[in-house]
Design a protein around this ligand. Structure first.
Ligand SMILES: Cc1cc2nc3c(=O)[nH]c(=O)nc-3n(C[C@H](O)[C@H](O)[C@H](O)COP(=O)(O)OP(=O)(O)OC[C@H]3O[C@@H](n4cnc5c(N)ncnc54)[C@H](O)[C@@H]3O)c2cc1C
Length: 385
Protein backbone atom coordinates (compact mmCIF):
# COMPACT_ATOMS: atom_id res chain seq x y z
CA UNK A 1 0.00 0.00 0.00
CA UNK A 2 1.17 3.56 -0.66
CA UNK A 3 2.15 5.28 2.61
CA UNK A 4 -0.42 8.04 2.03
CA UNK A 5 -3.19 5.49 1.38
CA UNK A 6 -2.29 3.67 4.59
CA UNK A 7 -2.35 6.85 6.59
CA UNK A 8 -5.78 7.73 5.10
CA UNK A 9 -7.16 4.30 6.03
CA UNK A 10 -5.73 4.46 9.55
CA UNK A 11 -7.12 7.90 10.24
CA UNK A 12 -10.56 7.02 8.81
CA UNK A 13 -10.69 3.87 10.97
CA UNK A 14 -9.51 5.79 14.03
CA UNK A 15 -12.28 8.38 13.55
CA UNK A 16 -14.94 5.75 12.94
CA UNK A 17 -13.97 3.74 16.01
CA UNK A 18 -13.61 6.63 18.42
CA UNK A 19 -16.66 8.60 17.25
CA UNK A 20 -19.10 5.85 16.23
CA UNK A 21 -18.17 2.57 17.89
CA UNK A 22 -16.86 3.57 21.34
CA UNK A 23 -20.22 5.21 22.28
CA UNK A 24 -21.96 1.91 21.40
CA UNK A 25 -19.66 -0.39 23.39
CA UNK A 26 -21.98 -0.84 26.37
CA UNK A 27 -24.95 -1.48 24.08
CA UNK A 28 -22.97 -4.08 22.11
CA UNK A 29 -21.92 -5.82 25.34
CA UNK A 30 -25.45 -5.79 26.81
CA UNK A 31 -27.25 -6.86 23.62
CA UNK A 32 -24.55 -9.26 22.37
CA UNK A 33 -24.94 -7.77 18.90
CA UNK A 34 -23.29 -5.19 16.67
CA UNK A 35 -25.74 -2.75 15.05
CA UNK A 36 -26.32 -3.29 11.32
CA UNK A 37 -25.21 0.25 10.45
CA UNK A 38 -21.81 -0.39 12.05
CA UNK A 39 -21.47 -3.61 10.03
CA UNK A 40 -22.40 -1.70 6.86
CA UNK A 41 -19.75 0.96 7.56
CA UNK A 42 -17.10 -1.74 8.07
CA UNK A 43 -17.95 -3.13 4.65
CA UNK A 44 -17.82 0.30 3.02
CA UNK A 45 -14.42 0.99 4.57
CA UNK A 46 -12.97 -2.22 3.14
CA UNK A 47 -12.42 -3.80 6.56
CA UNK A 48 -13.73 -7.19 5.44
CA UNK A 49 -10.78 -7.42 3.07
CA UNK A 50 -7.81 -5.51 4.51
CA UNK A 51 -5.51 -8.57 4.25
CA UNK A 52 -6.89 -9.81 0.93
CA UNK A 53 -4.80 -8.81 -2.13
CA UNK A 54 -5.98 -5.88 -4.25
CA UNK A 55 -6.44 -8.14 -7.30
CA UNK A 56 -9.34 -9.74 -5.41
CA UNK A 57 -10.82 -6.43 -4.28
CA UNK A 58 -9.11 -6.23 -0.87
CA UNK A 59 -6.79 -3.56 0.56
CA UNK A 60 -3.78 -5.88 0.25
CA UNK A 61 -2.09 -4.93 3.52
CA UNK A 62 1.23 -6.41 4.55
CA UNK A 63 1.43 -7.65 8.14
CA UNK A 64 3.26 -4.44 9.10
CA UNK A 65 0.36 -2.40 7.74
CA UNK A 66 -2.20 -4.77 9.25
CA UNK A 67 -0.54 -4.44 12.66
CA UNK A 68 -1.01 -0.67 12.56
CA UNK A 69 -4.66 -1.18 11.62
CA UNK A 70 -5.09 -3.66 14.50
CA UNK A 71 -3.60 -1.10 16.92
CA UNK A 72 -6.60 1.09 15.96
CA UNK A 73 -9.16 -1.77 16.04
CA UNK A 74 -7.95 -2.81 19.50
CA UNK A 75 -9.10 0.53 20.92
CA UNK A 76 -12.69 -0.71 21.04
CA UNK A 77 -14.60 -3.92 21.73
CA UNK A 78 -12.82 -6.85 20.07
CA UNK A 79 -16.24 -7.98 18.82
CA UNK A 80 -15.92 -5.35 16.08
CA UNK A 81 -12.75 -6.95 14.75
CA UNK A 82 -14.31 -10.40 14.96
CA UNK A 83 -16.95 -9.42 12.38
CA UNK A 84 -14.32 -9.40 9.66
CA UNK A 85 -11.44 -11.12 11.47
CA UNK A 86 -12.18 -14.53 9.98
CA UNK A 87 -12.52 -13.22 6.40
CA UNK A 88 -9.09 -11.58 6.54
CA UNK A 89 -7.49 -14.01 8.92
CA UNK A 90 -7.83 -17.68 9.60
CA UNK A 91 -10.57 -18.39 7.02
CA UNK A 92 -9.54 -16.06 4.16
CA UNK A 93 -5.91 -17.08 4.59
CA UNK A 94 -6.91 -20.71 3.93
CA UNK A 95 -7.60 -19.75 0.31
CA UNK A 96 -4.58 -17.47 0.04
CA UNK A 97 -2.26 -20.14 1.41
CA UNK A 98 -3.77 -23.26 -0.11
CA UNK A 99 -6.61 -22.44 -2.55
CA UNK A 100 -6.58 -23.01 -6.30
CA UNK A 101 -6.72 -19.95 -8.60
CA UNK A 102 -10.35 -20.76 -9.28
CA UNK A 103 -11.23 -20.99 -5.58
CA UNK A 104 -9.53 -17.67 -4.91
CA UNK A 105 -11.28 -15.97 -7.83
CA UNK A 106 -14.59 -17.46 -6.79
CA UNK A 107 -14.52 -16.58 -3.08
CA UNK A 108 -11.98 -13.85 -2.24
CA UNK A 109 -13.77 -10.89 -3.91
CA UNK A 110 -16.94 -11.77 -1.99
CA UNK A 111 -15.00 -12.14 1.26
CA UNK A 112 -13.26 -8.80 0.68
CA UNK A 113 -16.52 -6.93 0.08
CA UNK A 114 -18.26 -8.55 3.06
CA UNK A 115 -20.93 -10.05 0.83
CA UNK A 116 -19.85 -13.37 2.32
CA UNK A 117 -18.66 -14.22 5.85
CA UNK A 118 -16.30 -17.17 6.22
CA UNK A 119 -15.46 -19.29 9.28
CA UNK A 120 -12.50 -21.51 10.09
CA UNK A 121 -13.53 -24.91 11.45
CA UNK A 122 -10.60 -26.72 13.01
CA UNK A 123 -11.35 -27.22 16.74
CA UNK A 124 -13.35 -30.20 18.00
CA UNK A 125 -14.28 -31.53 21.44
CA UNK A 126 -11.17 -33.73 21.53
CA UNK A 127 -8.95 -31.73 19.19
CA UNK A 128 -8.09 -28.26 20.50
CA UNK A 129 -4.43 -27.50 21.07
CA UNK A 130 -3.48 -30.69 19.25
CA UNK A 131 -5.28 -31.32 15.94
CA UNK A 132 -3.94 -34.89 16.01
CA UNK A 133 -7.19 -35.85 17.76
CA UNK A 134 -9.28 -34.59 14.82
CA UNK A 135 -12.21 -36.98 14.39
CA UNK A 136 -14.18 -35.29 11.58
CA UNK A 137 -13.90 -37.53 8.54
CA UNK A 138 -13.88 -36.87 4.80
CA UNK A 139 -14.62 -39.93 2.68
CA UNK A 140 -14.39 -40.03 -1.10
CA UNK A 141 -17.56 -41.15 -2.82
CA UNK A 142 -17.14 -41.11 -6.60
CA UNK A 143 -16.14 -37.55 -7.48
CA UNK A 144 -17.60 -36.20 -4.22
CA UNK A 145 -16.46 -36.05 -0.61
CA UNK A 146 -18.74 -36.89 2.31
CA UNK A 147 -17.99 -35.16 5.65
CA UNK A 148 -19.05 -36.24 9.14
CA UNK A 149 -18.19 -34.75 12.53
CA UNK A 150 -18.71 -31.82 14.89
CA UNK A 151 -16.62 -28.64 15.21
CA UNK A 152 -16.58 -26.57 18.38
CA UNK A 153 -16.29 -22.85 19.29
CA UNK A 154 -16.33 -21.73 15.63
CA UNK A 155 -16.22 -17.92 15.36
CA UNK A 156 -18.93 -16.44 13.11
CA UNK A 157 -20.51 -19.87 12.49
CA UNK A 158 -24.02 -18.49 13.22
CA UNK A 159 -23.62 -15.98 10.34
CA UNK A 160 -21.20 -17.86 8.10
CA UNK A 161 -21.90 -18.24 4.39
CA UNK A 162 -19.02 -20.67 4.04
CA UNK A 163 -16.98 -22.71 6.51
CA UNK A 164 -13.45 -23.99 5.93
CA UNK A 165 -13.77 -27.46 7.45
CA UNK A 166 -10.69 -29.46 8.42
CA UNK A 167 -11.33 -33.20 8.19
CA UNK A 168 -9.37 -36.42 8.21
CA UNK A 169 -9.21 -37.53 4.58
CA UNK A 170 -6.84 -40.42 5.21
CA UNK A 171 -8.18 -42.64 8.01
CA UNK A 172 -4.88 -44.55 8.20
CA UNK A 173 -2.73 -41.45 8.77
CA UNK A 174 -1.83 -40.57 12.35
CA UNK A 175 -1.17 -37.29 14.13
CA UNK A 176 -1.31 -34.16 12.01
CA UNK A 177 -1.09 -36.09 8.74
CA UNK A 178 -3.99 -37.06 6.52
CA UNK A 179 -6.05 -33.89 7.11
CA UNK A 180 -7.62 -31.91 4.22
CA UNK A 181 -9.63 -28.69 4.09
CA UNK A 182 -13.05 -28.29 2.48
CA UNK A 183 -15.13 -25.27 1.51
CA UNK A 184 -18.60 -26.00 2.84
CA UNK A 185 -21.22 -23.39 1.91
CA UNK A 186 -24.09 -22.66 4.32
CA UNK A 187 -27.24 -24.47 3.27
CA UNK A 188 -25.41 -27.62 2.17
CA UNK A 189 -27.68 -30.51 3.23
CA UNK A 190 -26.45 -32.10 6.48
CA UNK A 191 -24.67 -28.93 7.69
CA UNK A 192 -26.20 -27.40 10.82
CA UNK A 193 -25.11 -24.82 13.38
CA UNK A 194 -25.68 -25.20 17.11
CA UNK A 195 -26.94 -22.50 19.48
CA UNK A 196 -24.64 -19.54 20.16
CA UNK A 197 -22.12 -20.21 22.95
CA UNK A 198 -22.64 -18.16 26.11
CA UNK A 199 -19.14 -16.69 26.52
CA UNK A 200 -17.39 -14.84 29.35
CA UNK A 201 -16.83 -11.72 27.26
CA UNK A 202 -16.36 -10.34 23.76
CA UNK A 203 -20.14 -10.06 23.51
CA UNK A 204 -21.22 -9.20 19.99
CA UNK A 205 -18.83 -11.85 18.61
CA UNK A 206 -20.54 -15.18 18.13
CA UNK A 207 -19.27 -18.76 18.25
CA UNK A 208 -21.14 -22.06 17.92
CA UNK A 209 -20.74 -25.74 17.17
CA UNK A 210 -20.86 -26.86 13.54
CA UNK A 211 -22.43 -30.25 12.84
CA UNK A 212 -21.64 -32.19 9.66
CA UNK A 213 -23.96 -35.11 9.07
CA UNK A 214 -23.20 -36.83 5.74
CA UNK A 215 -22.41 -33.48 4.15
CA UNK A 216 -21.70 -34.11 0.46
CA UNK A 217 -19.44 -31.64 -1.38
CA UNK A 218 -18.01 -31.85 -4.91
CA UNK A 219 -14.30 -32.37 -5.67
CA UNK A 220 -14.07 -28.61 -6.39
CA UNK A 221 -14.69 -27.96 -2.66
CA UNK A 222 -11.37 -29.55 -1.69
CA UNK A 223 -9.07 -26.60 -0.92
CA UNK A 224 -6.12 -26.75 -3.30
CA UNK A 225 -7.77 -29.42 -5.46
CA UNK A 226 -6.02 -32.80 -5.62
CA UNK A 227 -2.76 -31.08 -4.55
CA UNK A 228 -4.54 -30.15 -1.33
CA UNK A 229 -5.23 -33.74 -0.28
CA UNK A 230 -3.75 -34.35 3.18
CA UNK A 231 -2.23 -30.82 3.29
CA UNK A 232 -4.75 -29.41 5.78
CA UNK A 233 -2.43 -29.23 8.76
CA UNK A 234 0.24 -27.28 6.86
CA UNK A 235 -2.44 -24.86 5.65
CA UNK A 236 -3.86 -24.43 9.17
CA UNK A 237 -0.42 -23.83 10.67
CA UNK A 238 0.39 -21.05 8.18
CA UNK A 239 -3.02 -19.37 8.61
CA UNK A 240 -2.71 -19.50 12.39
CA UNK A 241 0.79 -17.97 12.32
CA UNK A 242 -0.54 -14.99 10.37
CA UNK A 243 -3.52 -14.79 12.73
CA UNK A 244 -1.25 -14.76 15.77
CA UNK A 245 0.60 -11.73 14.44
CA UNK A 246 -2.72 -9.97 14.03
CA UNK A 247 -4.02 -10.92 17.50
CA UNK A 248 -0.77 -9.68 19.05
CA UNK A 249 -1.31 -6.27 17.44
CA UNK A 250 -4.94 -6.20 18.57
CA UNK A 251 -3.78 -6.82 22.16
CA UNK A 252 -1.42 -3.86 21.88
CA UNK A 253 -4.33 -1.69 20.71
CA UNK A 254 -6.44 -2.77 23.67
CA UNK A 255 -3.56 -2.10 26.06
CA UNK A 256 -3.38 1.45 24.67
CA UNK A 257 -7.07 1.98 25.44
CA UNK A 258 -6.67 0.55 28.95
CA UNK A 259 -3.76 2.90 29.64
CA UNK A 260 -5.93 5.78 28.42
CA UNK A 261 -8.84 4.76 30.68
CA UNK A 262 -6.48 4.38 33.65
CA UNK A 263 -4.85 7.77 33.13
CA UNK A 264 -8.16 9.60 32.68
CA UNK A 265 -9.64 8.01 35.80
CA UNK A 266 -6.54 8.65 37.92
CA UNK A 267 -6.58 12.34 36.97
CA UNK A 268 -10.21 12.87 37.96
CA UNK A 269 -10.84 10.52 40.88
CA UNK A 270 -10.04 12.13 44.23
CA UNK A 271 -9.26 10.65 47.63
CA UNK A 272 -8.36 12.73 50.67
CA UNK A 273 -8.86 15.85 48.58
CA UNK A 274 -6.20 14.88 46.01
CA UNK A 275 -6.43 13.17 42.63
CA UNK A 276 -5.34 9.54 42.97
CA UNK A 277 -2.86 10.31 40.14
CA UNK A 278 -0.76 12.13 42.74
CA UNK A 279 -0.15 8.89 44.70
CA UNK A 280 3.09 7.28 43.64
CA UNK A 281 1.71 3.76 44.09
CA UNK A 282 -1.01 4.56 41.53
CA UNK A 283 1.67 6.10 39.30
CA UNK A 284 3.54 2.79 39.60
CA UNK A 285 0.53 0.87 38.23
CA UNK A 286 0.29 3.28 35.32
CA UNK A 287 4.03 3.27 34.63
CA UNK A 288 4.07 -0.53 34.48
CA UNK A 289 1.17 -0.54 32.01
CA UNK A 290 2.70 2.17 29.80
CA UNK A 291 5.95 0.18 29.74
CA UNK A 292 4.13 -3.07 28.91
CA UNK A 293 2.24 -1.31 26.10
CA UNK A 294 5.40 0.17 24.59
CA UNK A 295 7.22 -3.17 24.79
CA UNK A 296 4.31 -4.98 23.10
CA UNK A 297 4.13 -2.37 20.35
CA UNK A 298 7.84 -2.59 19.60
CA UNK A 299 7.77 -6.40 19.57
CA UNK A 300 4.76 -6.52 17.23
CA UNK A 301 6.31 -4.09 14.74
CA UNK A 302 9.59 -6.03 14.73
CA UNK A 303 7.71 -9.34 14.35
CA UNK A 304 5.70 -7.96 11.42
CA UNK A 305 8.85 -6.61 9.73
CA UNK A 306 10.50 -10.04 9.88
CA UNK A 307 7.27 -11.74 8.76
CA UNK A 308 6.96 -9.47 5.72
CA UNK A 309 10.64 -9.94 4.90
CA UNK A 310 10.08 -13.70 5.03
CA UNK A 311 12.82 -14.22 7.62
CA UNK A 312 10.55 -15.40 10.46
CA UNK A 313 7.01 -16.59 9.87
CA UNK A 314 6.75 -18.95 12.84
CA UNK A 315 8.61 -18.03 16.02
CA UNK A 316 8.02 -14.27 15.84
CA UNK A 317 4.20 -14.47 15.54
CA UNK A 318 4.08 -16.97 18.44
CA UNK A 319 6.40 -14.87 20.61
CA UNK A 320 4.44 -11.69 19.85
CA UNK A 321 1.07 -13.35 20.54
CA UNK A 322 2.39 -14.93 23.72
CA UNK A 323 3.85 -11.70 25.07
CA UNK A 324 1.07 -9.34 23.93
CA UNK A 325 -1.83 -11.51 25.12
CA UNK A 326 -0.26 -11.99 28.54
CA UNK A 327 0.71 -8.30 28.58
CA UNK A 328 -2.83 -7.04 27.91
CA UNK A 329 -4.07 -9.33 30.69
CA UNK A 330 -1.70 -7.59 33.13
CA UNK A 331 -2.66 -4.15 31.83
CA UNK A 332 -6.39 -4.93 32.16
CA UNK A 333 -5.83 -6.17 35.69
CA UNK A 334 -4.00 -2.96 36.67
CA UNK A 335 -6.68 -0.84 34.98
CA UNK A 336 -9.33 -2.47 37.20
CA UNK A 337 -7.08 -1.80 40.22
CA UNK A 338 -6.70 1.88 39.34
CA UNK A 339 -10.50 2.14 39.16
CA UNK A 340 -10.99 0.57 42.61
CA UNK A 341 -14.52 -0.72 43.24
CA UNK A 342 -15.82 0.99 40.09
CA UNK A 343 -13.53 -1.24 38.05
CA UNK A 344 -15.53 -4.26 39.18
CA UNK A 345 -18.90 -2.84 38.15
CA UNK A 346 -20.71 -3.54 34.88
CA UNK A 347 -20.95 -0.49 32.64
CA UNK A 348 -17.38 0.62 33.36
CA UNK A 349 -15.17 0.09 30.32
CA UNK A 350 -12.23 -1.54 32.10
CA UNK A 351 -14.48 -4.21 33.65
CA UNK A 352 -15.61 -5.19 30.14
CA UNK A 353 -12.09 -5.15 28.69
CA UNK A 354 -10.90 -7.30 31.61
CA UNK A 355 -13.36 -10.02 30.51
CA UNK A 356 -12.69 -9.45 26.79
CA UNK A 357 -8.90 -9.68 27.16
CA UNK A 358 -8.99 -13.13 28.74
CA UNK A 359 -9.73 -14.85 25.44
CA UNK A 360 -6.51 -13.70 23.78
CA UNK A 361 -4.44 -16.14 25.87
CA UNK A 362 -6.63 -19.03 24.72
CA UNK A 363 -7.66 -18.91 21.06
CA UNK A 364 -5.45 -19.20 17.97
CA UNK A 365 -3.19 -21.29 20.23
CA UNK A 366 -3.01 -21.00 24.02
CA UNK A 367 -0.03 -19.35 25.71
CA UNK A 368 1.35 -22.82 26.45
CA UNK A 369 1.16 -23.78 22.77
CA UNK A 370 3.00 -20.56 21.86
CA UNK A 371 5.69 -21.54 24.39
CA UNK A 372 5.93 -24.98 22.78
CA UNK A 373 6.33 -23.42 19.29
CA UNK A 374 8.87 -20.82 20.46
CA UNK A 375 10.96 -23.44 22.25
CA UNK A 376 10.75 -25.89 19.36
CA UNK A 377 12.06 -23.21 17.00
CA UNK A 378 14.85 -22.32 19.41
CA UNK A 379 15.82 -25.87 20.34
CA UNK A 380 14.93 -27.77 17.18
CA UNK A 381 15.16 -31.53 17.52
CA UNK A 382 16.33 -31.27 21.14
CA UNK A 383 12.89 -29.90 22.18
CA UNK A 384 11.18 -32.96 20.71
CA UNK A 385 13.22 -35.30 22.91
C1 LIG B 1 -14.39 -17.54 21.78
C2 LIG B 1 -13.62 -18.59 21.05
C3 LIG B 1 -13.50 -18.51 19.67
C4 LIG B 1 -12.85 -19.54 18.96
N1 LIG B 1 -12.84 -19.50 17.58
C5 LIG B 1 -12.38 -20.59 16.90
C6 LIG B 1 -12.54 -20.68 15.47
O1 LIG B 1 -13.05 -19.76 14.82
N2 LIG B 1 -12.10 -21.80 14.84
C7 LIG B 1 -11.52 -22.84 15.51
O2 LIG B 1 -11.17 -23.83 14.87
N3 LIG B 1 -11.35 -22.78 16.87
C8 LIG B 1 -11.78 -21.70 17.57
N4 LIG B 1 -11.65 -21.64 18.93
C9 LIG B 1 -11.01 -22.74 19.63
C10 LIG B 1 -9.67 -22.38 20.27
O3 LIG B 1 -8.69 -22.19 19.29
C11 LIG B 1 -9.32 -23.50 21.27
O4 LIG B 1 -10.24 -23.37 22.36
C12 LIG B 1 -7.89 -23.42 21.78
O5 LIG B 1 -6.98 -23.72 20.74
C13 LIG B 1 -7.64 -24.38 22.95
O6 LIG B 1 -8.14 -25.66 22.69
P1 LIG B 1 -9.07 -26.35 23.80
O7 LIG B 1 -10.13 -25.41 24.16
O8 LIG B 1 -9.47 -27.69 23.30
O9 LIG B 1 -8.15 -26.53 25.06
P2 LIG B 1 -7.12 -27.74 25.33
O10 LIG B 1 -6.28 -27.98 24.12
O11 LIG B 1 -7.84 -28.89 25.92
O12 LIG B 1 -6.18 -27.09 26.45
C14 LIG B 1 -6.46 -27.13 27.84
C15 LIG B 1 -5.21 -26.70 28.59
O13 LIG B 1 -4.13 -27.61 28.34
C16 LIG B 1 -3.01 -26.92 27.83
N5 LIG B 1 -2.30 -27.75 26.86
C17 LIG B 1 -2.83 -28.48 25.84
N6 LIG B 1 -1.87 -29.09 25.13
C18 LIG B 1 -0.68 -28.74 25.71
C19 LIG B 1 0.69 -29.03 25.44
N7 LIG B 1 1.07 -29.81 24.42
N8 LIG B 1 1.61 -28.50 26.25
C20 LIG B 1 1.27 -27.70 27.28
N9 LIG B 1 0.00 -27.37 27.58
C21 LIG B 1 -0.96 -27.88 26.80
C22 LIG B 1 -3.58 -25.66 27.18
O14 LIG B 1 -2.61 -24.63 27.10
C23 LIG B 1 -4.70 -25.32 28.16
O15 LIG B 1 -4.16 -24.63 29.25
C24 LIG B 1 -12.26 -20.61 19.67
C25 LIG B 1 -12.34 -20.66 21.07
C26 LIG B 1 -13.03 -19.69 21.75
C27 LIG B 1 -13.15 -19.82 23.25
Amino acid sequence: MEASDLSDVLSAVRDFIRKEVVPLEEQIDAEDAIPERVIATCKEMGLYGFAIPEQYGGLGMSLTEEAQLAFELGWTTPALRSLFGTNNGIAGQVLLVGGTDEQRRDWLPRLASGEVTASFGLTEADAGSDPAGLATTARRDGADWVLNGTKRFITNAPVADVIMVFARSNPDAVGNRGISTFLVPAGTPGLSIGPRDHKMGQFGAWTADVHLDDVRVPAAALVGGEDGVDRGFQIAARCLAHGRGHIAALCVGMAGRLVHESVEYAKTREQGGRPIASFQLVQGLIADSVTDHLAGRALVLEMARAYDAGTDKVQGPSAAKYFASEMVGRVADRAVQVHGGSGYIRGVAVERFYRDARLFRIYEGTSQIQQVIIARQALGEAARG
